[in-house]
Design a protein around this ligand. Structure first.
Ligand code: ADP
Length: 161
């Protein structure tokens, strides 16, 4: 049978337990999932793309059906290149909806064959974002309830400098 390939695009600056929850639940829908960081996003980031990839690889090292990478291409083009039929996105609150609706509509116009599949955030993680985690770490707070151990360590290191 043909493999069901999906991509999970995001900034992951850094990866949180919220992203992990979406990945773990998303894996019920896909045989192979590409976690992909677009290089072309004009966002100020704390971690470089390579650092973010290394962290995600560390956190997901037990999963042999997840591929972690970055791309210079448009997300829909990357999806097509790897043979994905869908993109996975997580939805937290109503505030995510407008942005995600717009993004998925634009992507659909660009490449009609690629679907966007949304998974609702687990309620206990629906408040969690990479930016709030960075804010906590910046002021020396404990992030260990929100991110995997490797990420907590990397945040401590980052803000030491
Ligand atoms: P982007 O800049 O593309 O939004 P993010 O890394 O912030 O990248 O998020 C990637 C995806 O993960 C988005 O669909 C986002 O809504 C989702 N996401 C982020 N945090 C959570 C969370 N706590 N629970 C569920 N989904 C989340």
């Amino acid at each position: 049978m043909e493999k069901r390939i999906g991509i999970y695009p995001g900034t992951f600056d850094p990866i949180t337990n919220g992203h992990l929850d979406i990945i773990q639940r998303g894996l019920k829908l896909f045989d192979v999932l590409y976690v992909v960081i677009p290089n072309n996003i004009q966002k100020q980031s704390l971690f470089t793309v390579d650092e973010r990839i290394a962290l995600i690889k560390e956190v997901l090292k037990e999963y042999d059906n997840v591929v972690i990478t970055s791309t210079d291409k448009l997300t829909v083009d990357f999806a097509e290149e790897v043979g994905a039929f869908a993109m996975l996105r997580g939805l937290r609150m109503v505030s995510d909806f407008e942005y995600e609706l717009q993004l998925s509509a634009i992507n659909k116009v660009m490449k009609n064959e690629i679907e966007t599949i949304f998974i609702m955030s687990s309620h206990e993680l629906s408040f969690l974002s990479s930016s709030s985690v960075k804010e906590i770490a910046k002021f020396g707070g404990d992030t260990s309830k929100f991110v995997p151990t490797a990420v907590t360590k990397a945040l401590v290191e980052k803000f030491k400098k």
